[in-house]
Design a protein around this ligand. Structure first.
Ligand SMILES: [Zn+2]
Length: 438
């Protein structure tokens, strides 16, 4: 399929640029799953296309990358509100999660993908259970994902890890490379040194990312220091994990030494500000990390602690929280926020030509309607994009050259069926959960 998008403004994306570039009266040409041209309409080469998209009044930009989530947890939306992390997990989340089966996970994944697509997320990095159902959902719904089987090990048997490795063998780089697989040990406090070492070795040997939770809460960070006489990140280093391509979610309680270690090893830190605030985990020192050369991407975490998958909320909160805690309004410029929401995550997922709109890059893109009261006037486009835009302004989402969402409609997902099945499936889970607690 060849697609020509015309009449829009273009944000080609950013990596290390100080400002977000805007190209007025632009055209984007998509040939198969790749960008053939993205620039001014004036300089566009002739292009025969089966699909013509009039995008006047819109911005065309790279799709968002949600680098840390647990997609099927959509059924647990708003569960256990206002509890501390340990109570939230033990009293509510784990008991609900005991109800899962393959069919429920499939519906819950499709529901999460619907939500991400309508808010402009084209790629996500996931860690959860029943991953065979998750990959099949992504295979069919057309999104791009890096999926890891969440591995826990409390008895040293490392049984979960075998499942994670199996998933990678069966699914890594499948579906035209839309699906990639990571090795995903849940966290320091849910695993043994034997597991961490084996997981690190597996990720390095298979040359796939190593995705884990690090220093999310003060209790976890200090507990690790008590248990192992070192911080969680130092512990990962001692297990050989930092030699893998590490995606480290949260990092709220990083010490200065941890920050330098993260920069030295080229770890990608995933900042999940909404989840960290909702669970009262704290505010990660993101400005300091960026200042010392760390890579920082954005994630929603699961809807159980968010309570949605709208990454535009993280986009706005990331600079606001750092301004508020450092008292420096210049501390994180808009370009750095946009990179965290797009190109940095794309690289961490292992894609070299993803996260920007330029020739030869993968055609994962979105259209944003800016003919709205809250985006008018458009004289400060960078600030408008980061602080004023709403997730609901996304009108079109394309992944791998294929339109998956447009004007409220999905092209690969039967939305009404998923919404109905999700409502019924979640009701059944809560019914059993209440019976358990009665
Ligand atoms: Zn998480």
């Amino acid at each position: 399929m060849r697609t020509r998008i015309f009449g829009c403004a273009l944000v080609p994306g950013v990596e290390n640029e100080p400002n977000i570039p805007f190209v007025q009266n632009a055209e984007v040409q998509v040939d198969g799953n790749l960008i053939a041209y993205a620039g001014t309409a004036e300089n566009a080469p002739p292009f025969e296309a089966e699909q013509q998209i009039d995008a006047s009044g819109c911005i065309c930009m790279p799709g968002l990358v949600n680098l840390h989530t647990h997609t099927p947890m959509t059924f647990l939306r708003s569960a256990g509100a206002d509890l501390m992390l340990s109570d939230w997990l033990n009293q509510v989340i784990f008991k609900l999660e005991a109800q899962w089966n393959r069919g429920l996970i499939r519906t819950a994944t499709d529901l999460g993908c619907m939500e991400m697509l309508r808010f402009g997320t084209t790629s996500f990095c996931d860690m959860y259970m029943y991953t065979d159902s998750i990959v099949k959902a992504v295979r069919d719904n057309g999104m791009r994902a890096l999926i890891g089987h969440g591995v826990v090990d409390t008895d040293g048997s490392c049984k979960d890890l075998e499942e994670g490795v199996e998933l990678a063998k069966n699914w890594n780089r499948t579906c035209n490379d839309r699906i990639r697989v990571s090795i995903a040990p849940h966290a320091e406090y849910t695993s043994t040194p034997a597991l961490m070492k084996a997981a690190a070795r597996a990720a390095i040997d298979m040359d796939i990312p190593f995705h884990t939770h690090v220093s999310e809460t003060k209790a976890e960070h200090e507990g690790c220091i008590r248990r192992r006489r070192m911080t969680p990140l130092k512990y990962l280093q001692s297990c050989g994990a930092l030699d893998a391509k590490v995606i480290a979610a949260h990092c709220v309680w990083f010490s200065d030494e941890d920050i330098d270690l993260a920069a030295k090893y080229g770890i990608t830190v995933v900042h999940n500000p909404v989840s960290n605030l909702k669970l009262a985990s704290g505010v990660a020192p993101i400005a300091k990390m960026l200042g010392r050369g760390c890579s920082v991407a954005l994630g929603t975490d699961s809807v159980a602690s968010n309570d949605n998958l709208n990454l535009w909320e993280e986009i706005k909160l990331m600079p606001l929280l750092q301004k508020g805690t450092t008292l420096d309004p210049t501390v994180i410029p808009p370009a750095q926020v946009l990179a965290a929401a797009t190109s940095v995550g794309a690289k961490a997922m292992g894609h070299e030509n993803l996260g920007l709109l330029k020739e030869g890059y993968i055609a994962d893109l979105i259209l944003l309607n800016i003919r709205t009261p809250h985006m008018t006037p458009h004289v400060h486009p960078e600030s408008n994009l980061i602080y004023a835009l709403q997730g609901s302004d996304v009108t079109l989402t394309m992944v791998d050259g294929k339109v998956l969402f447009r004007d409220g409609e999905y092209t690969t997902i039967d939305a009404q069926t998923v919404l109905r099945d999700a409502e019924e499936g979640a009701a059944g889970m809560y019914k059993r959960f209440r019976a358990m607690n009665a």
